[in-house]
Design a protein around this ligand. Structure first.
Ligand code: SIN
Ligand code: FE
Length: 312
């Protein structure tokens, strides 16, 4: 996975004088869509030392957390921070709200073609040491995978994530897979994926989806997924389950240094986190209207392979 250093945008100040933001923004969008990581030497948005200290101090209370802490911008709510004083919870909520807004400003400035179209998904704070976490296989992030969210089908939109390592000591160590277009020929003919596609054919398929949609609208915990999301969700699991792939694929290692930010399309770049703690992350859904390199989108690569439409 190529790492593209962003040397002409920083905080404070934004774009370096003399750069042409419109041209650079398109180049950065293209690099991301084609599978690069954009990496900064520092943190390209405001984050106060007091807020950082507060976040890092959560290590003492790690036993209180059951998972990563998530923040939902649309409802301004924090999840995963279950006990603790109300005052602490309010502080965390405020920090996450500010973090989320600043990443929106960052993406708006740096990746301007996305700004009119992007949809803000959840943010997270990841206070745990990732090495040796005891999680069920499908939730393990130390196994290579592409991202797909069971509760939030993207319907083809891409998953862009902005990460910041707020540890002052430890790099965040990742491994990444060969490009998505090379994973597809390796996995797309797996019987489980073919079976999923067959499930969308035939006279009852439409009725089943109508019922799923109605159930979901009525508040039942049902999710109607287009074929694309069903395939991506299964692919996420398939990669994690395949121990030969995990051990033998030509994965690259990347150390993201303390107090730096990086951005990547985690639906297209297979990844795993091997160690590190204290990371902030904000997710964006980027729809087709915004893409600069549509042919690189996982939905397009899969549609080409299966010779059928997958988004509806
Ligand atoms: C992931 O998205 O799989 C985890 C990445 C990270 O927490 O560094
Ligand atoms: Fe992931």
């Amino acid at each position: 996975m190529p790492v593209v250093k962003v040397a002409d945008y920083a905080h404070p100040g934004g774009w370096t004088q003399g750069t042409d933001p419109a041209t650079r923004a398109r180049e950065y969008c293209r690099a991301l869509e084609e599978g690069s990581v954009l990496a900064f030497d520092g943190i390209p948005y405001e984050l106060s030392e007091e807020d950082l200290e507060f976040l890092r101090s959560q290590r003492q209370s790690a036993s209180r957390f059951h998972k990563n802490i998530s923040y939902r911008p649309a409802s301004d709510t924090v999840r995963g921070f279950e006990t603790g004083a109300q005052e602490e919870k309010n502080r965390l909520q405020e920090i996450m709200r500010n973090f989320s807004r600043r990443t929106v400003d960052l993406v708006t400035a740096l990746l301007a073609p996305y700004a009119p179209h992007m949809r803000l998904d959840y943010a997270s704070y990841r206070p745990f040491e990732e090495e040796g976490r005891d999680l069920p296989l499908k939730k393990r992030n130390d196994l290579l995978h592409v991202d797909s969210f069971p509760t939030r089908p993207t319907r083809g939109s891409r998953i862009l994530r902005v990460f910041t390592n707020i540890s002052t000591e430890q790099p965040r160590k990742w491994r990444t897979t060969p490009p998505f277009s090379e994973l597809v020929p390796q996995f797309a003919e797996d019987e489980s994926l073919r079976r999923i596609l067959r499930g969308y054919e035939g006279p009852l398929a439409g009725l089943k989806r109508t019922l799923l949609r109605a159930g979901s609208a009525a508040g039942l915990p049902l999710v109607d997924r287009p074929p694309y999301d069903a395939i991506m969700l299964r692919l996420h699991d398939l990669l994690k389950e395949d121990s030969s792939f995990q051990e033998n694929t030509a994965a690259e290692s990347h150390d993201f240094q303390p107090m730096t930010t990086w951005m990547v399309y985690t639906d297209g770049v297979g990844h795993a986190v091997m160690s590190g703690k204290y990371a902030l992350e904000q997710t964006f859904f980027i729809p087709p209207e915004a893409w600069v390199a549509p042919e690189a989108a996982p939905i397009r690569v899969l549609e080409k392979h299966y010779a059928r439409e997958l988004g509806a």
